[in-house]
Each structure stands twice: as structure tokens, then as C-alpha cells.
Ligand binder design. Structure first.
Ligand SMILES: Cc1ncc(COP(=O)(O)O)c(C=O)c1O
Length: 396
């Protein structure tokens, strides 16, 4: 049957990262021993005390609609978190809760973009930015960053792509897929440039909890009042507390008027984030045990990062930067991928030959690279990279 789709959704592509995870899961369900490096979520369970708080909320009858912008006590706790952790002074009325960072981004683009507005996306980029922008008539503009600089964005990278149609810049540090962070100097230069040119910044800080080598995450909006006035600080409970399935994200807005619009969009679409899930999120902010859990995860990821980078560096012709954050590595497989029609065919070869699932770089705007998440045990990481090594030897 021919589908009668709107022009807007006709070109929409499904998330390739979810697709590769689904393919690996499908093979595993058939009893095939696949090692998956595709997942974009921590392999830790949500802490028990967070689950208990949501269960208690359910038992206490917190099963009805909640305010569209989020539970007042959660917005208050988030304003406190922004102050304490990020050094940003948001009022609770400037904070909105929605269904994960993904939906927050969706609503911000819906709120800001008119037909033909350009959005700068430092590349490699997280997969959903581009598709969301296009849905709302915006034009995603890819801004390549340099592998040799660890994909860390500079003002010089951006400038050639800025014109009078530029409306928004997306910053995502630590970055998915590269794990890159940004220096304080460079962030200040970029932020000041955006202030002058009146370009909004969407600062996606979902991986803020995961930085390594003693580096501390720096929030864009903490750089001063002028910067805060153009910045949306996007975050979520998903990665920080291993709560990806809970669907609780939040944003700090330049002022309460923007926050109201986002809450109104919630009210006309999802109504509110699942009420008892918000009580779980509140517990994550309030219970001091949560920070110990996050630190344990962070240390585990840092150790695994060292392991996976050292194993990848043993493979001839594979180049890999040591990421400074998040839980991904983004190696350059061009020598091998160029033997195939494209890098999708290359990753399919690895799935068939080595039974290892990785995500092709083209999904992130960088053909010939691939993203590997290290949300796996040390044993799986070791076995998986060895399998890749053997499969690549066959191509030499
Ligand atoms: C950079 C980035 N932003 C946003 C999201 C979406 O997060 P959430 O699960 O809270 O919607 C992800 C998830 O993979 C991400 O990597």
C-alpha cells in the first residue's frame, strides 16, 4: 500500500544507532554470540534507591497528570543542581522537564526554527540533530572538526559557515561520538562570537558526568550573563544515572518565557513526563548515594577507555584519539573501510565475519570512521577488539 506521508516526514531516517543495536540483539536472540559496541547507554542498572522512590510514588498514588513543565519540586531541585554542579543561576521557572534530552531538543528546534534557518552542527555529530532540524524546516550545516585536534571545536572551524541565516549553534561536550571536550579559552571565544552575532547556543551536556584525566566539565551558560541569555542548557538523567529508559530530560532556558513555550508544547503533546518517573529523578538529585554511584561509573568508564584505546592502537593502520569524555571511541578505519563500497558495508562485514557490532562513521557525518561504545565488560572489550583485529587481518 502506498503511504500518503507529509512532505515533512518523507525524508526522515530512523536512528542508525538504534538500528545497529536492534540488529545485534536480533542475532543474539538467535543464539549467535555477538559482541555489541553499538549501545549508547551505560551497562549499569539504575540504582536501587532511585527505583524504590519511583515504586513508592506509584504506591502513594502519584499516578495522575502532573504539571506540563515538570513537578515543581523537581524543577526546584534542578535549579539547585544547575547552581551547584554547573555554576549557572537558573530560577525553577526557567527549567523545564520533558521526555529525555531527545524530546527537549525536538521542542527547542520546534520553538526556534523557521523555514530556511541554518543550524551549525560541529561534525562528527550525534545522529538525531540533523533529522530533527530538517523536520522543522531548518537547514543543518555540518562544520567539520579536525581528527588531528581530537575533534575539539575551534572558532576558526565555525567562522566560514556563519552567515545572516545562522540561527543556532549546537555544542555537545563531552561529545557523542568522539568523546571530545573543549578548552575553556575556545569555549569563551565561541560563546562571545555567538553573543555578538546573536546566534543561539544549544549546549547538549548529557555526558557531563563522564570526563577523564582530571578534566572537569565546563557549562557554556556558566560563562556569564550575556552567554546565558543566548544558551539552552540541555541535559538528562539518562546517562548520568543510567536511567535511559525512564525518559526524563531537562533544560535550563535563557528566560522564563522560553521555558513557558516549551512547557506549553509539552502540554499539547506528551502532557507531562511520566509522573512516578519524575519522583525517581528527584531521588537521584536528593540522595547523596547517587553521586557515589556516578563516580563509580565514571571511574569504570575511564579504565575501560584506557583499555579499548590501547587495544585499538595495536591494530595496524587504525588511528584512534584518546577521548576526554563520554563513553565512546571514534577510530579511523579508513584503510580498511575503503576496501568496501561504503562504511556501512564495512561494519556489516565486521558483524558477519567477527560477530562484532559497531556503528559506521557515516551515521555521524564521518565516512570511514566508526563509533564503539565501551559500555561492556573488560572481557567483552578485549574479546571484541581481538575479533576485529583478526577480521581486519583478513583484508590486508
Ligand atoms: C549527545 C546526545 N544528546 C542527547 C541524547 C538523548 O538522550 P535521552 O536519552 O535523554 O533522550 C543522546 C543519547 O544518546 C546523546 O548522545
Amino acid at each position: 500500500m502506498e503511504l500518503k506521508l507529509s512532505e515533512r516526514v518523507k525524508s526522515l531516517k530512523p536512528s542508525p544507532t538504534l538500528a545497529i543495536s536492534a540488529k545485534a540483539k536480533g542475532l543474539r536472540a538467535k543464539g549467535i554470540d555477538v559482541i555489541g559496541f553499538g549501545a549508547g547507554e551505560p551497562d549499569f542498572d539504575t540504582p536501587e534507591f532511585i527505583k524504590e522512590a519511583a515504586i513508592k510514588a506509584l504506591k502513594d498514588g502519584k499516578t495522575k497528570y502532573a504539571p506540563a513543565g515538570g513537578l515543581p519540586e523537581l524543577r526546584e531541585a534542578l535549579a539547585e543542581k544547575f547552581k551547584k554542579v554547573n555554576g549557572i543561576d537558573y530560577k525553577p521557572s526557567e527549567v523545564v522537564v520533558s521526555a529525555g534530552a531527545k524530546n527537549i531538543l525536538f521542542l527547542i528546534f520546534l520553538m526556534l526554527l523557521d523555514e530556511g534557518d541554518e543550524v551549525l552542527i560541529p561534525t562528527p555529530y550525534w545522529v538525531s540533530y540533523k533529522e530533527q532540524i530538517k523536520l522543522f524546516g531548518g537547514i543543518p550545516i555540518e562544520v567539520p572538526t579536525e581528527e588531528g585536534r581530537g575533534f575539539s571545536l575551534t572558532l576558526e572551524d565555525l567562522k566560514p559557515f556563519v552567515n545572516e541565516r545562522t540561527k543556532v549553534l549546537i555544542l555537545n561536550f563531552p561529545n557523542n561520538p568522539t568523546g571530545a571536550t573543549i578548552t575553556e579559552d575556545e569555549l569563551k571565544r565561541i560563546a562571545q562570537f555567538c553573543v555578538k552575532r546573536e546566534i543561539f547556543i544549544i549546549s547538549d551536556e548529557c555526558y557531563e558526568a563522564f570526563t577523564y584525566d582530571g578534566e572537569k566539565h565546563l557549562s557554556t551558560a556558566s560563562l556569564g550573563e550575556e552567554v546565558k541569555r543566548i544558551t539552552f542548557t540541555v541535559n538528562a538523567f539518562s546517562k548520568t544515572y543510567s536511567m535511559t529508559g525512564w525518559r526524563v530530560g531537562y533544560v535550563g532556558c535563557p528566560n522564563r518565557e522560553y521555558a513557558k513555550v516549551i512547557a506549553n508544547l509539552n502540554s499539547q503533546s506528551i502532557s507531562n513526563v511520566t509522573t512516578f518517573a519524575q519522583y525517581g529523578a528527584l531521588e537521584a538529585l536528593k540522595n547523596p548515594e547517587a553521586q557515589k554511584f556516578v563516580e563509580k561509573m565514571r571511574q569504570t568508564f575511564e579504565r575501560r577507555r584506557d583499555l579499548i584505546v590501547s587495544l585499538l592502537r595495536e591494530i595496524p593502520e587504525v588511528k584512534v584519539n584518546k577521548p576526554k569524555g563520554a563513553f565512546y571511541v571514534f577510530p579511523n578505519f579508513r584503510t580498511y573501510a575503503s576496501k568496501f563500497e561504503n562504511d556501512i558495508a564495512f561494519t556489516e562485514y565486521l558483524l558477519d565475519e567477527a560477530k562484532v557490532a559497531i556503528v559506521p562513521g557515516s551515521a555521524f557525518g564521518y565516512e570511514g570512521f566508526a563509533r564503539l561504545s565501551y559500555c561492556n565488560s573488560d572481557e567483552e572489550i578485549t574479546e571484541g577488539i581481538n575479533r576485529i583485529k583478526k577480521a581486519l587481518e583478513k583484508l590486508s
